[in-house]
Write a protein that binds this ligand. Structure first.
Ligand code: C5P
Length: 205
């Protein structure tokens, strides 16, 4: 049983992926974290994320980097979005993601190209989205909670730039797979979004 979840930043896909993994008793991989680790590694090496060779070299990041709290920052998210454009970077991370997806017993993976590239054979696929305004508001509230003050306008502009880059890149752009169920969480609270996701997955299985 593989559950493939794709969607833009701050759509709620991570929360939904973790809840589905707990509900169905499956291991979960947040694939964005792999791209974030590559972005962070380029930064730590003083490299240029837009350079394909430097970005590729950074895919050999140490596993310990996955525990770095800085991976969750907006800055690292931006770096991840830049390194993820390079086909060689995507190819280098492919096997690790497919091995996770195809482990006996199944798995939940979330990202941008899980249903389209990593696991098109997954029986359950969700495309989780929300309006830019709703996503910016959530990200803003999250940052407020961490005691960080950033304007909602700045967050909205950053999200829109990332959406644009993720949706328009040549390789593995963010797309809803034709057989993925659409879940728009703009007007949903956390519990309703999770319950709806579980119902959509159960319908597909
Ligand atoms: O989901 P998250 O915000 O952690 O992802 C960070 C960036 O990594 C995204 O903006 C996207 O460019 C890239 N990414 C990707 N493919 C994935 C997961 C993330 O290109 N499967």
């Amino acid at each position: 049983m593989i559950i493939a979840i794709d969607g833009p930043t701050a759509s709620g896909k991570g929360t939904i992926a973790r809840a589905l993994a707990a509900h169905f008793g499956l291991p979960h991989l947040d694939t964005g974290l792999l791209y974030r680790a590559v972005g962070r590694q380029v930064f730590l090496a003083g490299g240029n994320p837009d350079d394909p060779e430097q970005a590729l070299a950074a895919t050999a990041f140490p596993d310990s980097l996955l525990e770095d709290p800085e991976l969750r920052s907006e800055e690292t998210g931006g770096l991840a979005s830049r390194v993820s454009i390079h086909p060689a970077v995507r190819a280098a991370l492919l096997e690790r993601q497919q091995a996770f997806a195809n482990q006996p017993g199944g798995a939940v993976l979330d990202g941008r190209d899980i249903a389209t590239v990593i696991a098109p054979h997954a029986p359950a696929k969700l495309f989780v989205t929300a309006s830019v305004a709703a996503r910016a508001l959530r990200r803003w509230a999250e940052m407020q909670g961490q005691g960080r003050t950033v304007s909602r306008e700045a967050i909205e502009a950053d999200l829109a730039a990332r959406d644009e880059r993720d949706a328009n890149r040549a390789q593995a752009p963010l797309r809803q797979a034709p057989d993925a169920a659409l879940l728009d969480t703009s007007a949903m609270g956390r519990e309703v979004a999770i319950a709806t996701a579980i119902a959509l997955v159960e319908k597909q299985l």
